[in-house]
Write a protein that binds this ligand. Sequence first.
Ligand SMILES: *Cc1c(COP(=O)(O)O)cnc(C)c1O
Ligand code: SF4
Length: 338
Amino acid sequence: MNKPETLIIQSDQPKKWQELLSDLITDPKDLLNYLQLDEAQQPASLMAQTQFPMKVPMPFAAKMRKADWADPLLRQVWPASEEEIVDSRYVTDPLAEADSNPVSGLLHKYQGRVLLTAAPHCAVHCRYCFRRHFDYEENAPSRILWQRCFDYISADNSIEEVILSGGDPLALADKQLGWLLDELESIHHITTIRIHTRLPIVIPQRITNELTEILSLRKVKLVMVIHCNHAQELCTDSRHALNTLSSNGVILMNQSVVLKDVNDNADCLVELSRKLFSVNVLPYYLHLPDEVAGTAHFDVSKNKALDLIAQMQTQLPGYLVPKLVKEEPGQPSKTRIG
Ligand SMILES: *Cc1c(COP(=O)(O)O)cnc(C)c1O
Ligand code: SF4
């Protein structure tokens, strides 16, 4: 097997996050070479690749076990042939988000909270993502469009919280993120800014001193909801990044998606909660997968998920058991299961 020299971080100088974000692994062959796997065994699906191209940051690939198709991290990013399975229950906009998009880049579905699609892309493409068919480019505001979002938020003082979400807000440059936080903070009825991000997991190098400074010492409460599905994702670098954030006053929570053959067993979820808590992250939501086209092979039934939660409850304090939820179109909040 030929060695993918270019994928191995060779220099003594650690790579900057910007480089890690631009040097993503996008060719399935490169990932398999790095992991010492043979593509003939599980070829990547061309259809899946066309619809939602593979994107894997090197620090995330580095956490995968070598020569193991069953690795839970690999499964989250591999454009598998199962994505070609057609199931009429699985649609491209399962959450009917198009209906709550009053201004480009802004979703207002729930009372008191708006969600901004803050960046045009994510650092990683998670195969189960419910936004895999979402047009980020279309919804990535320029400064002029941002102004429309600010105007919308300013005009409605029932909005207390702004959520910056996928595309990943931490993919923005510090200057742009700082500007955005300053603008939002200047709207007097905003008390909380929440950042939904997978970067502390997939490129922990993103949590620099400069970023920490931008996030800390805010008038508003700064909440960060990370997205970690498996304890194996919490490497030393990620743990360090999370400790830095929490010691600088950022409130940390985690959301996961329960995924078949990734984390659909109680031991795995218990270990995840414990390991998160050891770096000051509280579990928030455990999502049932959305019925989005191309993701049927990740499905975990409601009953199975309820059983997992029941098992977690027997082993953990209540605050380490996430809330099992599902997102349903037209509902005033996420739906609690059980
Ligand atoms: C999930 C979500 C929120 C946040 O809901 P919480 O229950 O507060 O976490 C807000 N807006 C949209 C559009 C969402 O999808
Ligand atoms: S980081 Fe979040 S929004 Fe981006 S692909 Fe993964 S699940 Fe989807």
